[in-house]
Each structure stands twice: as C-alpha cells, then as structure tokens.
Ligand binder design. Structure first.
Ligand code: SF4
Length: 253
C-alpha cells in the first residue's frame, strides 16, 4: 500500500526527475519512442507493448525493426503472416512463440473491434485478451489511446519502495491507485512521469543504486542509509519480486 502524502510529493519527485533527465533518451516529451513506420502509428505502441513483455526495450526494438523490414506494419499484415514467419521475425524479443500468438490475438481483436479501437477501447476489454496483463494494457491505453492510466512496472516498484513510499508487497492495483489518487488526472504527466521513472531506474536507481549521485538521496529512505557512499549492496529488505508474478515487467539493468 502507498503512504498518504503531501499532495505535492509525487509532483516534486517528478520535477526532480525532470530536472535530472531533461530529455530521457528515446522518450521525447514522455512519448513512446516510435519509428513512425506502422499504420496507424499507434499500432506500433500496441505491438511494442507486447514485444517488451519481460525483456528490455532494446530487444523489443530489434524485433520491431525486423517487422518493419518484413512489412509487418499493419494489423491485417500481421494477421495474415504465417505464424512461423512471425515467430522468426520477432525472435530477438524472446518468448517469441508466445508473443507471436499474442500479437495475432491483439491484431485480430483490433480488426474486429466494433468501433474505433484507439478511441473507444476500455481497460476491461483489453484485460480479457489472452496474454494482456495490467502493465501491457495500461501501456496501450496511456501511450496509444491517450487514456489516463498510470503504468506500473518493476522500476516503479523498486524506486518507490526504496524511497519508502510503497510497500514492496503492494499489488499492481494498489501501486496504480497510489499514483492515480495523488496525481492530477493528466495524460501528458502520466506519460512523462513513467518515462522518467524508467530513465531513473536505468541510470541511477539501478539494481545496485548509485545513491551518492541521486537527486533524492536526502529524502529517500534507502538513500539516507547509504549516507553519501556508493551503495555496494542492494537494500536487503527490497528484492525485486519474482518476474513471473509481475505482468510485463521489464528486464532489470
Ligand atoms: S537515493 Fe538511492 S535508492 Fe533512493 S531513489 Fe536515489 S538511487 Fe534510488
């Protein structure tokens, strides 16, 4: 569960991150990094969200590039592509058989959706699709559909549990409720904040955190315990939960 906060706390943290990482690599203005080659462009977010399940973004990006090379950039092209060819194309994304099935499942859903998928889709509908968990669904809803759903990933849990604002045992829903209840409902803010969290986890609040170089060292519960020294041992109280229990958790750096 999250703590009750001064309403400005999370915004201050977001601002601190923004000052530290003014242009997160690959996430200009917090937007999902897109090649722009898919049709519609937002389909690339949907495909990328599935490919990024349980792996780091670089490997998902390689798979996206291969899909572009093979002209698998429209929902009906992906739908018609033989399963074996799709698997081979996205091999770099890992779990490629499962992900190929999931891609086919979601593009079939988009193709048969009774209405405009990107403006009308609801969270419960996405969660009912095989292989689409809360993190994938919220990534699609926020970055492809501009709906205000805060995306929770392993990085979010790690940073905010170390900070002392969340229990490491909190469920996806509890963490999401914590952010959504403390922040103004603002799609651009949600996008930017998540992008900054990813950047902070990759650059500073890593598996072994670089607390002496962190803007939050004085406020962060774990940072205070390291008292300006480079941290050599990760917080023994906070272990990243078993990835299989976190839908769509990104791989750790
Ligand atoms: S002070 Fe250390 S543990 Fe806290 S957010 Fe910064 S890097 Fe992470």
């Amino acid at each position: 569960m999250g703590k009750i906060l001064n309403p400005h706390t999370l915004l201050n943290i977001c601002q601190g991150l923004e000052d530290t990482y003014p242009f997160p690599k690959g996430w200009p203005n917090g937007e999902w990094p897109l090649s722009g080659e898919f049709r519609p462009h937002r389909l690339e977010v949907v495909v990328g969200a599935v490919l990024a399940q349980n792996i780091n973004w670089n490997n998902a990006e390689k798979a996206l590039s291969r899909m572009i090379e093979k002209q698998l950039v429209e929902a009906n092209q992906i739908d018609r592509c033989p399963q074996a060819l799709l698997e081979d194309t996205i091999r770099s994304a890992g779990f490629y058989r499962q992900k190929a099935r999931r891609l086919k499942g979601i593009v079939q859903f988009i193709l048969t959706y009774p209405g405009d998928f990107y403006s009308q889709i609801r969270r419960e509908e996405l969660l009912a699709i095989q292989g689409i968990g809360p993190e994938t669904a919220d990534s699609i809803l926020l970055y492809a559909c501009d709906q205000p759903h805060f995306v929770v990933d392993a990085y979010t849990r790690r940073i905010f549990a170390r900070y002392g604002l969340l229990s490491e045992m909190a469920s996806y829903q509890e963490v999401q409720r914590f952010f959504e209840s403390q922040l103004p409902v603002d799609v651009a803010l949600f996008k930017r904040f998540h992008a900054l969290i990813v950047e902070h986890a990759k650059q500073t609040c890593r598996k072994i955190p670089v607390c002496h170089d962190c803007v939050f060292q004085r406020e962060c519960g774990y940072g205070r315990t390291t008292a300006g020294r480079p941290a050599e041992i990760p917080n023994p109280k906070f272990q990243i939960p078993n990835k299989s229990k976190i839908p769509n958790s990104k791989s750790e750096t």
